[in-house]
Design a protein around this ligand. Structure first.
Ligand SMILES: [Zn+2]
Length: 162
């Protein structure tokens, strides 16, 4: 099945499609890089939000996302967008890819597509007081002791992908 990664507010054509295996590897590479780079509460929340896109829990073909689902904070948008780009660049540099079960062959192309989407998202799109829509309680943010990546309520995406 396929999953759509979109940025609908920036106009039609701003999306790409990933299959189920591709989405797992895309999210895993982001978690490996971003979990090491995250320092602020928002950055840890963002990684937890990515972690929730785990098809081992959510089911295949159900977990694409739109960049507008991220709880951007307008007053901090520039630094938050820069953080996401920094995470993607670290992932493109194969940050801790040796932790993955298999070489994520499609991840470089997907990460480049995601990078373009993130760059085309604008602060004007952010609604005031935007909140995360997720299942993990904010006081339950935790990291997998094996992979040192942020997890969701049902565990670690990289552990689940075994
Ligand atoms: Zn794990």
């Amino acid at each position: 099945m396929s999953n759509l990664i979109t940025n609908e507010k920036s106009g039609p054509g701003r999306y790409f499609v990933v299959d189920d295996a591709g989405l797992t590897s895309l999210v895993s590479t982001i978690l490996l890089a971003g979990s090491d780079l995250a320092t602020t509460a928002w950055e840890r929340e963002l990684m937890t939000w990515f972690a929730e896109h785990d098809q081992n829990v959510m089911g295949p073909g159900l977990i694409g996302f739109d960049l507008d689902e991220i709880a951007w904070q307008p007053e901090k948008f520039a630094e938050q967008q820069a953080f996401v780009i920094r995470v993607i660049d670290a992932a493109l540099g194969r940050h801790r890819w040796e932790s993955l079960r298999a070489e994520p062959k499609l991840a470089p192309e997907q990460l480049r597509r995601l990078r373009e989407l993130v760059q085309s998202y604008r602060v004007e799109y952010v609604e005031p007081a935007k909140r995360w829509v997720w299942n993990t309680p904010a006081d339950r943010i935790w990291k997998c002791p094996v992979h040192n990546v942020y997890c969701h309520g049902q565990g670690c995406q990289i552990c689940n992908d075994r």
